[in-house]
Design a binder for this molecule. Sequence first.
Ligand SMILES: CC(C)(COP(=O)(O)OP(=O)(O)OC[C@H]1O[C@@H](n2cnc3c(N)ncnc32)[C@H](O)[C@@H]1OP(=O)(O)O)[C@@H](O)C(=O)NCCC(=O)NCCS
Length: 185
Amino acid sequence: MAEFALGRSCAREALQALGAALAGIGIGQHREPLWPAGIVGSISHTAGIAVAAVAHADDFAGIGIDVEAARVLDPGLASLVCRPGELQRAGSASHDEGLAALLVFSAKEAVYKALWPILRCFLDFQDLEIMLDADLCSFRVRSHSPLCPPTLAAAVHGRTMLLEEGVAAAAWIPAPVPGSSLLPG
Ligand SMILES: CC(C)(COP(=O)(O)OP(=O)(O)OC[C@H]1O[C@@H](n2cnc3c(N)ncnc32)[C@H](O)[C@@H]1OP(=O)(O)O)[C@@H](O)C(=O)NCCC(=O)NCCS
């Protein structure tokens, strides 16, 4: 409950910094935050840390953020979250498979939140592949599911960050140019 309030407080600060009208941020049917009209945003909290990001919907179709407290994902969970190639690639870049798995996990949660306003459907961890750059700071996304068209996955940009307390990830999808759509058909 305290983290929920902290997240909402961060979100209100972010709205103020953007110059957006301050309005209540409701809770959607799928627990997604309900932003004021014309705004996209995202909230994350863990272990006493909360973060929020907002943007104008004219600029971004979706944004997602995630923070994760430092921990080693156990191998069973890591293999549920990560596709085989994903873990190998990130693990060999970081020489630390536990850290690599946590980064992939955080990136997937951020991407899921960024895609939500566009797809509004559940995606499994195996549905998307996170392609972390060699420096592990940025990533692109590939879809392995008919639920997420390949062109939409390719439109996602992502960043990851190592924190003292854990890891964080952000994902964003630029708004399509007027007259075009991120979804086929
Ligand atoms: C929704 C989900 C991503 C939240 O992540 P989490 O690590 O549990 O928790 P976080 O603190 O990072 O995020 C919680 C915030 O996510 C937001 N959120 C919840 N459901 C959401 C949704 N469907 N879309 C966008 N944001 C959502 C809420 O703002 C919530 O905070 P609040 O309850 O205080 O408003 C996670 O619970 C989930 O359902 N994951 C399964 C789906 C998934 O990640 N698939 C991966 C596809 S590759």
